[in-house]
Design a protein around this ligand. Structure first.
Ligand code: FES
Ligand SMILES: [Fe+2]
Length: 428
């Protein structure tokens, strides 16, 4: 449970808000690289942290993320002409480069130097892996580029998708660190989903629906360990990584790829759910990539262009009561991603956390909120750089591992929780 002011603080991320300042300390996924596929391609509207921006790729292949609106009289530059190393407003021809600098005001004499005095707000936009990343904080505090393993492995080993989620970022992220729901909501999918099925760990998951949670602080956030019974008194541990503010990595299954999410606020009522799958030491097979494109595993089928899921709140997520009754799916909604999203969106745009009744399996969520509140306060009061900005905090992996009963997972899985290039993941 949170007090109303705490709930407001964690869920509001617009300019000038404390949580908005925290998000502006990090490199965040802004677009899929496929959205700007070639030089001089059409610009793309991007709303992030309640700011309306425009992304484009110029004649020389440079990426830019600038204010959506022309400095002259406020026209949306989405209508602009992407030509000769800049974006030209179609109304009176003012032109901007990728840094937002105005480079031409054709109605003014060139010698007046008027254009040089005009600059739109802009943020860096950098390709790493399949993602274009941005940093929206103060330029003098810009950290080094992100080093998440999924964005650094060779392209054949990784796949990233994004989908629109019609809820606040925090309730979406809380679903990512709540591994007790897997034994219920995703029960059917452990048998059927091509990206999950067949792992030995699934049997432990399904046979023990009362996991014991042990949550401990990590350098960048939390390790969330869920313990279930295995053979001979041993324990099956699933360890989720949460790195501030909104990166999660779910424990893997068998030889399947590792996967996880980022949640990035669009505004306070919607967010982008980013989903990635990668394998540290092998290529993804064609069948795996096809399954990801088809919305299996943690991905969803979306409509091209706006990345809104095909199953969405306007069609009741294609609810199938017969499948629910027969147990083919636990909730009646098809696919892991939309099972999560449907329930999280059903809470309303911002869930009222003053009315919750939390139990022991919600420990990860409780600790994550506290860590966020602490980091926001330290940043606001003292300018302390929050956890997760340091690239060392980003070199993490989730793990699934069977350990003897007397071995704490922090010890037994210590090496498995670090991303080391070329080293196989720990997975059961
Ligand atoms: S509004 Fe853009 S040039 Fe006039
Ligand atoms: Fe889930």
């Amino acid at each position: 449970m949170l007090r109303q002011e705490q709930n407001d603080l964690l869920t509001r991320t617009g300019p000038g808000t404390p949580m908005g300042q925290l998000f502006r300390s990090y490199w965040m996924p802004a677009l899929l690289a496929e959205e700007l596929p070639e030089n001089e391609c059409p610009p793309v509207r991007v709303k992030l942290l309640s700011e309306r921006l425009l992304a484009f790729r110029d004649t020389d292949g440079r990426y830019g993320l600038i204010d959506e609106f022309c400095a002259h009289r406020g026209v949306s530059l989405w209508f602009g002409r992407n030509e000769e190393c800049g974006l030209r407003c179609p109304y009176h021809g003012w032109k901007y480069d990728v840094t937002g600098q105005c480079v031409d005001v054709p109605s003014e004499p060139e010698e007046s130097g008027y254009a040089r005095k005009i600059k739109l707000k802009s943020y860096p936009l950098v390709k790493r892996g399949d993602v274009l990343w941005t940093y929206m904080g103060p330029p003098d505090k810009q950290p080094p580029l992100p080093e998440w393993e999924f964005a650094l492995v060779p392209p054949e080993q990784t796949y990233t998708s994004k989908r629109l989620q019609e809820s606040n970022w925090l309730q979406a992220m809380e679903g990512g660190i709540d591994s007790s729901h897997v034994s219920f909501l995703h029960r059917g999918d452990l048998h059927h989903d091509p990206l999950f099925k067949g792992a030995k760990g699934n049997q432990y998951n399904l046979s023990d629906s009362r996991p014991v949670f042990e949550v401990v602080e990590s350098p960048g956030g939390l390790y969330i360990g869920a313990r279930r019974n295995a053979e001979d008194g041993h324990y099956y541990w699933r360890i989720t990584q949460w790195v501030m503010p909104s990166f999660t990595m779910i424990a893997p299954r068998g030889n399947h790829s590792l996967h996880g999410h980022f949640w990035v606020p669009i505004d306070d009522g919607t967010c982008w759910t980013w989903s990635f799958d990668y394998h540290p030491i092998r290529k993804l097979t064609e069948a795996e990539v096809q399954a990801m494109r088809d919305g299996k595993g943690v991905h969803a089928k979306v409509s091209p262009g706006d990345y809104r899921p095909v199953a969405n709140k306007d069609n009741d997520y294609l609810m199938d009561r017969a499948a629910q009754k027969a147990g083919r799916t636990f909730s009646g909604v098809e696919g892991i991603a939309m099972q999560d999203a449907s329930l999280q969106e059903s809470m309303g745009p911002i869930v009222d956390r003053t009315k919750e009744n939390l139990v022991s399996t919600d420990n990860g969520i409780i600790m994550a909120r506290h860590r966020l509140l602490r980091a926001v306060k330290a940043l606001t009061d003292k300018g302390t750089i929050p956890p997760g900005v340091d690239v060392e905090h980003q070199k993490v992996r989730s793990a699934a591992i069977v350990l003897p009963p007397d071995q704490p997972y922090k010890v037994g899985a210590k090496e498995a929780l670090i991303a080391r290039p070329g080293v196989a993941p720990a997975s059961v």
